[in-house]
Design a protein around this ligand. Structure first.
Ligand code: ZN
Length: 296
């Protein structure tokens, strides 16, 4: 072979090799740069991993301690706007605890404002006190529903409820109408923070009969007040409402429920939980506090 040709091939090889090396290093660096975690990501993942490791090597009791701690943190509203990384960590921890240790009912979400099993009480507000559900729909008069206004300040020809309970409310009203040959008279449903604030009065405060704005089960649109709940109608509702996934939140008195008895008040929960509460004869508050709050 011509020596010049050999030299030329040598240089072509060297240049190609260097070009490949440069391309490889450059693209690797580029890729590494793209996926390089930010300091904030590192902070999140380190704390998250540490806590999850603790959790996974612990016993069930330890998991419950974490669970209770998380509930306390939420309930005391440490996880506030602007602390999104903390929310991220807590939600991941809850997922892990739920998937490792809890039964189906205990997996229910009692914390998120949007959850149908959100727990609110005299001492437990919404995470966002001004929370307004995104899926409110109008409930009008029908052959089985009669719109009335009691505690609601709005005198509209409808009540607002969340889409989640629309069908359940209609089914409950149909069963009621069939049994008593009259429409189910609903006198209050969704009440916003502002409406609750307007309703709240000195009388409420003295008699402890009303929820503070930001603490009412009516604020998340999954609760209805039913007119005429006494005698036979009340007993029927007590025996039947859980079949439509409704629960009477306040039935055992102030000492147990932190509100006086309210025969008219029905909140929606989910199917398994409505059955659980019905079968155990407990109110949501009693069940929740026995399971969680007593450990705080
Ligand atoms: Zn009510």
């Amino acid at each position: 072979m011509n020596p010049n040709c050999t030299t030329a091939m040598y240089w072509v090889f060297v240049v190609s090799f260097l070009a490949c090396c440069f391309f490889f290093v450059d693209t690797t660096t580029y890729a590494f740069t793209i996926y390089q975690p930010t300091p904030k990501d590192v902070e999140i993942s380190e704390e998250l991993n540490e806590r999850i490791d603790d959790l996974l090597i612990g016993q069930e009791e330890k998991a419950w301690e974490y669970h209770d701690k998380l509930l306390r943190m939420y309930n005391t509203r440490i996880a506030r706007d602007g602390e999104t990384w903390r929310m991220y960590i807590l939600s991941n921890l809850i997922d892990h605890i739920n998937s490792h240790y809890l039964s189906d009912i205990e997996k229910l979400d009692f914390i998120s404002d949007d959850s149908v099993t959100k727990f609110v009480s005299r001492n437990v507000p919404y995470n966002d006190p001004w929370y307004v559900p995104k899926d409110l729909v109008r409930l009008y008069d029908s052959s089985t529903v009669l719109i009335a206004h009691g505690t609601s300040s709005a005198e509209w020809p409808f009540h607002l409820i969340r889409r989640d309970i629309y069908d359940a409310t209609i089914l409950l009203s149909q069963a009621y109408a069939k049994r008593f040959n009259e429409r189910l008279k609903i006198n209050s449903a969704f009440r916003s923070f502002e409406m609750q604030r307007d309703n709240y009065s000195e009388q409420c405060r003295l008699n402890k009969i009303c929820a503070y704005p930001g603490f009412s089960e009516h604020q998340w649109g999954l609760t209805i007040d039913i007119w005429g709940m006494h005698g036979e109608k009340y007993l029927w509702m007590k025996k039947s409402a859980h079949k439509f996934w409704f629960h009477q939140s306040y039935q055992h008195g102030y000492e147990h429920d932190h509100y006086h008895k309210e025969p008219w008040h029905r909140r929606y929960v989910d199917e398994s939980f409505a059955t659980e509460l019905h079968e155990t004869w407990m109110t949501f508050t009693q069940w929740y506090e026995e399971r969680f709050a007593s450990k705080q």
